[in-house]
Design a protein around this ligand. Sequence first.
Ligand SMILES: [Fe+2]
Length: 296
Amino acid sequence: MSIAIHAIPGAFAGEVSGIDLTQPIGRDDAAAIEAGMDRHAVLVFRDQRITDDQQRAFTRNFGTLEQSPGGHVAKAHERRLPLDMQDAGNLDQHQRVFARDDRRRMFNLGNRLWHSDSSYRAVPAKYSLLSGRIVAETGGHTQFADMRAAYEALDDAARSEIEDLVCEHSLLFSRGVLAFEVTEEERATFRPVRQRLVPTHPVTGRKSLFLSAHAGSIVGWPVPEARAFLRDLMEHATQPRFVYSHAWRPYDLVMWDNRCTMHRVTRYNETQPRDMRRTTVAGTEVTTHQKEPVAA
Ligand SMILES: [Fe+2]
């Protein structure tokens, strides 16, 4: 069995075959997957019946596991998954579907907004790996937007206008869109961080748009003007020509590069269980070091 990566027809994403993620993988296979990520930014692995430990072990081939604190509202005794895994499903710690007004469910509704995972952290995430253990029968697709292509489709004037802009990202902004009410303690935890709007990928050197529902202001701009402009950019970047929509089959594992894509989940029947478990590769660098930010 040898690894192969093919572009999914009509999409920027790739599909990986010839690898079994229940087993440790070799250095050559890890390098082939990294190269595939640099090219496609989203990779799909079908039929991977992995355990949590196998998911963690595979994830560690690409860096350090990001820890959950600072990125959710579940209390310790309410968590279903350990702190180095993120829960993207709709189940509580007793494997029961969340009540409609459960605060954890309402917080998770933020996943319906286009975002990049952990863009609200000072050092944002590198990769996310999402394993579909129980998938929705209808809906519940994960859609990905290619932010390299979105950047490259801008004209020269737009590119030079945004080149040096720096945005502030926070869970307060994405949850504010949904009128989700945070506690004072959460407000302190979710303090905004700064991210370049146009980062350069550390491996490929390609520029992209670093947008996210977590982005709520632009340094040096009046807030309403920044919000309106970020909405314009969001609309541009999520046109169908930049989007791959993943329809889940049980035991798919989908891996994406948060540095150059956005994603969101589509609506699904939340009275049925959906068990989706994410591991995240922590990033290694801030986005604002690449060039000194210049206030507009
Ligand atoms: Fe996400």
